[in-house]
Design a protein around this ligand. Structure first.
Ligand code: URA
Length: 440
């Protein structure tokens, strides 16, 4: 088999066989196929696409390029969730303990933030003492005993994706639906859960900018999951505005705790209830409406918050901080950004908020940048809310006043205020399953 023939075959719009896909992925991971030929094939895939069978084969050979996590020693149904990324998305910290408190098991591997998007591992590490690089045996033990553990992704998981993603990033081949779907699903399959819930984001802070593209990506991922025997569902949700009010690591942990106390922002709480209910449904805990009621009860009776505290303690963290937030590192400056006119918040550009949080110190510009756990933004006003000139729009947290001043300008540009009340923004657009697309 020759790589040249595979590139030509895909360039001409033909279908690759499973053997050809395996030849490419094995050869690329072990260094026999050079970057320039891999890049040419990726570009051919970008333009010609892949059939569902090709996408499933591509996914499985990516997943099998490294370690497949074995969760069979954990009794019960193991359920995983993946969000395609966004700003202020702290849902994992809320839904994992909700779902675990109702009996399903959550053995989750998460990532770090890069660029304008945050990562769950950074958020968790803002809790003093908490470890996310724990031994595999201990991780399995915690999930068995408590029902939930969230750790960093193992270095041996899906090496094909690590290499291909880096190449896609520099060859303008990221935004191809079959390549995104196989990248995400190969990692989820390698992570070993029995069922997978996907949160596919649309909007100014997301990869997918339109509903048809997001629904298409959701359908592709659901079909891959089902093809390899994992029950898979997707919700297509709004990332046109940051989720909740907090953006930044410890600020988001605090907001997650407040949500588990029933005092969180309404959009965040509503999305978390829906995501949790769908995870429980996948774990066969009942109908969607029964699972929704169970999720609400886990917040009301405090059992989900208790689960989070138990997980934090089991991973070496100081769980008392979830009661008394003053134990988190505090930013030197809390800088108020004031409204320049009266009106209603019309829009908040999500990507700009992510950039502002990064400037303040909350995010990484490159993989090796240091982050400040206390840095970030609190949006005192959100879309649809009324504001008067001089009132506080947002509070910036940073150790550097100069950073606050440059962030203020970007944030003021990112928040549009209109004279008239704005239309209600939809939070969840659709639910995609093997049965079809259910519009909300
Ligand atoms: N997230 C991933 O993990 N992979 C992609 O290709 C895009 C988003």
């Amino acid at each position: 088999m020759r790589m040249y023939d595979l590139i030509k075959k895909k360039r001409d719009g033909n279908i690759l066989t499973e053997e050809e896909i395996e030849f490419f992925l094995k050869g690329y991971v072990n260094g026999e196929i050079p970057d320039y030929q891999a890049a040419a094939l990726l570009m051919a895939i970008y333009f010609k696409g892949m059939t569902p069978q090709e996408t499933a084969d591509f996914t499985m050979h990516m997943a099998n390029s490294g370690e497949i996590s074995d969760l069979t020693s954990i009794p019960g149904v193991k359920v995983d969730k993946h969000s395609t990324g966004g700003v202020g998305d702290k849902t994992t910290l809320i839904i994992s303990p909700i779902v675990a408190s109702t009996g399903a098991k959550v053995a989750k591997m998460s990532g770090r933030g890069l660029g304008h998007t945050g990562g769950t591992i950074d958020k968790l590490e803002s809790i003093p003492g908490l470890k996310t690089n724990i031994e595999r045996e201990k991780f399995l033990e915690i999930v068995k005993n408590i029902g939930v553990s969230v750790i960093g992704q193992s270095g041996d998981l899906d090496p094909a994706d690590k290499k291909l993603y880096a190449l896609r990033d520099v060859t303008a081949t990221i935004d191809s639906i079959p390549l995104i779907a196989s990248s995400i699903m190969s990692k989820k399959i390698a992570a070993g859960a029995d069922c997978i819930l996907l949160d596919v984001k649309i909007g100014s802070g997301a990869f997918m900018k339109t509903r048809p593209d997001a629904i298409n990506l959701a359908k592709t991922m659901v079909s891959i999951g089902e093809h390899v025997g994992k029950k898979t569902l997707a919700l297509v949700t709004n990332m046109d505005v940051p989720l909740g009010r907090a953006v930044g690591n410890s600020l988001e942990v605090i907001e997650a705790c407040e949500t588990l106390r029933g005092r969180g922002p309404k959009d965040l709480e509503a999305l978390c209830i829906e995501l949790s209910a769908n995870m429980m449904y996948l774990a066969k805990l009942g109908s969607i409406s029964k699972c929704r009621a169970m999720a609400k009860k886990a917040i009301e009776d405090g059992s989900a918050l208790k689960k989070l505290k138990d997980m934090v303690a089991a991973q070496g963290g100081d769980a008392s901080i979830l009661e008394d937030y003053s134990g988190f590192k505090q930013a030197k400056f809390k800088y108020e950004v004031k409204a320049e006119k009266n009106g209603y918040i019309k829009s908040i550009n999500t990507e700009s908020c992510g950039r502002v949080a990064m400037i303040l110190g909350a995010g990484r510009e490159t993989k090796d940048s240091n982050i400040d756990f206390s840095a970030g933004i609190f949006l005192n006003k959100k879309v649809e809310e009324q504001i008067n000139c001089g009132e506080v729009l947002a509070t910036l947290y940073s150790d550097d006043i100069k950073k606050c001043k440059s962030a203020e300008k970007i944030l003021l540009n990112a928040i549009k205020v209109s004279d008239t009340p704005t239309n209600h923004t939809q939070l969840i657009y659709a639910r995609v399953s093997t049965e079809g697309v259910e519009k909300y």
